[in-house]
Design a protein around this ligand. Structure first.
Ligand code: SF4
Length: 129
């Protein structure tokens, strides 16, 4: 794929749940939840300083052999069924940081140059867990 992309000068769009493939192949990443982009930025920024609670949960659930744990971390809850999304932030039922403002849909806003998140929580991108 890299050779094809380089030789043709075209962009490649990968849609995957495999974070390892993303880290290896992608320059820019859009994290989606409930049909919306909730975080966007360079792969380096998103992996090193995730800004959205869903992105942080995804990264925290990566298997880490060196950690020696017997089980994987998970994100509590499940993705709502199509047509059953709430009116506000679609991640709110699973988010430990949910608060009153989250009953509205959060727009993407910049947390650092080239790095955006759709979250009302007043935090900046932080180093990965
Ligand atoms: S907008 Fe609110 S509910 Fe949604 S991810 Fe941010 S803190 Fe959580």
């Amino acid at each position: 794929m890299r050779k094809l992309q380089r030789d043709s000068g075209m962009s490649v769009l990968l849609i995957t749940h495999d974070l390892g493939v993303i880290a290896e192949m992608c320059d820019r990443v859009a994290v989606m939840y409930g049909g919306r982009v909730v975080e966007f930025g360079s792969a380096l920024d998103v992996f090193d300083r995730p800004a959205h609670p869903y992105t942080r949960g995804l990264l925290a659930s990566r298997p880490r052999i060196a950690a020696g744990a017997d089980w994987l971390s998970t994100i509590e809850g499940t993705v709502p069924a199509v047509g059953q999304m709430g009116a506000g932030c679609s991640f709110a039922p699973r988010c430990a940081l949910a608060h009153a403002a989250c009953t509205s849909v959060p727009p993407l806003h910049t947390v650092e140059p080239g790095h955006q998140t759709a979250c009302f929580a007043p935090f900046a991108a932080v180093a990965s867990v």
